[in-house]
Design a protein around this ligand. Structure first.
Ligand code: FAD
Length: 448
């Protein structure tokens, strides 16, 4: 009897999780084993991160547990370090291999699906590596929420005006949807929270958005981007276009227009780049480090290797010049590519013809805080409450599994009925602090 094929999926994000989900539904018994490797036991629904930062959705509902969703796959919590496709092996480190100091283990496969996504694109700005924080993970989103509320606590309790000003100044770099939504949701939450501080006014908080080009939110088109800009400026957010961050050394954000902002919060959302693990494979990459793929999502010129999502350069067959245009790194493409990818991997196992990936980008929705938003989808332009509602409805329909949809909907309904949560749980980052204090104060009597 033929051995089941081994399909290795690197990354359990949009592409990895959706592809594995479809494969587990469509594979015949004994046809193949699907192994999904990801450092985290969950898939992150990134478009909900800004709402998680604002406290409108709890962190657990922004993620989808891989083990439960992919119950017919083998889920390995680990990190792929390198791939030797010529030998059909991948080197993986796991929590256990770290603890035991045994180094990477080799996993053998027959079909490889590479979907490790992207990482923040940083620049050699002085101080950025020391003080910056990204906005791609649930840890970053919740860490930032706690941090912002903690800065308000610091500002409220200090007598030093310089400390107070720096604590209340929040600088965001990058005016794409991640940066704008993160800033808008956090600003909305923080100004609301200010009413509960006896010595802070909403206008004491200073939010600055730094964008190197002349516009924000290119994803929603020029007109809606201009509306979002007016909306943010109308909320007293200092948006600086055609401006770059030159330095943030010593916790002072220095901008290319000469302005300086002492700050303890620097959020970097200036784009993404292909995941560095791709460079540790023997597969072809384009000039930007993304996997060179064909319209059928196979790796160019290589058999039994596939790629999609942020990590892959897939020709955009709907573009005027598909030879030179590749699909943008976004969830819209990632989800749809996953569908074609699963189809093609199955077709290739069964010796059937492959499909091309073809999807015309239909636009974007962005939330600008509670009940505020902007959208440009299927040619329709919406702003304010209708856009915000559409943003929620669209993402609710997209978040995977019925279970997750129900939880998010229930949570929105509850948060709509009650006041917003404004508590910082930053102390979660140091759960032993209380016990360490107790242990130290409870010294053995004979010790003194
Ligand atoms: C804040 C924010 C908001 C966004 N909003 C939108 C939006 O409104 N609309 C939209 O279209 N797009 C949006 N995006 C972009 C969208 O989330 C990405 O394009 C999409 O997640 C890409 O899917 P992917 O599968 O390629 O990567 P990911 O979903 O990032 O998945 C990659 C996975 O690979 C794993 N991984 C990484 N390294 C390794 C390794 N070495 N070994 C194994 N696994 C590894 C990661 O842990 C992760 O789970 C947003 C992104 C962010 C950050």
């Amino acid at each position: 009897m033929k051995e089941p094929a081994r399909i290795l999926v690197v990354g359990g994000g949009y592409v990895g999780m959706y592809t594995a989900l479809r494969l587990q539904r469509k594979l015949r018994r004994g046809e193949a084993t699907v192994i999904v490797v990801d450092p985290e036991p969950y898939m992150t629904y990134q478009p909900f991160l800004p709402e998680a930062a604002a406290g409108s959705i709890s962190p657990r509902h922004v993620v989808v547990p891989l083990r439960r969703t992919l119950d017919k796959c083998q889920v390995v919590i680990g990190e792929v370090k390198s791939v030797d496709h010529a030998k059909r092996t991948a080197a993986i480190t796991t929590l256990a291999s770290h603890e035991e100091g045994t180094g990477a283990v080799q996993i053998r496969y027959d079909e490889l699906i590479l979907a490790p996504g992207s990482v923040s694109r940083t620049l050699p700005v002085p101080g950025l590596a020391d003080y910056g924080i990204g906005f791609k993970t649930v840890e970053e989103a919740i860490g930032l929420r706690n941090h912002v509320l903690e800065q308000m606590d610091i500002a409220s309790s200090t007598r030093d005006p310089a400390v107070r000003d720096a604590a209340l100044t929040f600088v965001f770099v990058g005016g794409g949807y991640a940066g704008v939504e993160a800033l808008a949701e956090l600003e909305d939450m923080a100004r609301y929270a200010a009413r509960y501080y006896h010595n802070l006014e909403p206008d004491d908080l200073k939010f600055v958005l730094v964008e190197a080009t002349g516009r924000i939110l290119p994803e929603v088109g020029e007109e809606m981007g201009a509306y979002a800009l007016r909306e943010l400026r109308g909320r007293n957010i200092d948006v600086r276009l055609d401006t770059r961050l030159d330095s943030c050394a010593d916790r002072i954000a220095v901008l290319s227009d000469g302005s300086r902002f002492p700050t303890r919060t620097l959020v970097w959302t200036a784009g993404v780049k292909a995941h560095p693990v791709l460079a540790a494979t023997d597969l072809p990459l384009n000039g930007r480090g993304r996997l060179k793929c064909t319209p059928t999502l196979g790796v160019d010129g290589v058999e039994h290797a596939w790629g999609a999502g942020d990590a892959a350069a897939v020709p955009d067959l709907t573009a005027d010049d598909p030879e030179t245009t590749v699909c943008a790194p976004n969830a819209q493409h990632a989800v749809r590519q996953a569908k074609v990818l699963a189809h093609n991997v199955l077709a290739s196992l069964r010796g059937k013809p492959l499909k091309d990936y073809r999807h015309k980008y239909v636009g974007s929705v962005a939330s600008l805080g509670l009940h505020k938003g902007v959208a440009h989808v299927y040619g329709r332009k919406l702003k304010g409450y209708p856009a915000w509602f559409m943003h929620r409805a669209y993402h609710l329909s997209r978040i995977p599994t019925f279970n997750r949809k129900a939880r998010v909907l229930a949570e929105w309904t509850l948060t709509g009925l009650f006041k917003r949560e404004i508590v910082s749980l930053g102390s979660l980052e140091n759960p032993r602090a209380e016990f360490e204090l107790a242990a130290d104060t409870g010294r053995h009597p004979e010790a003194s």
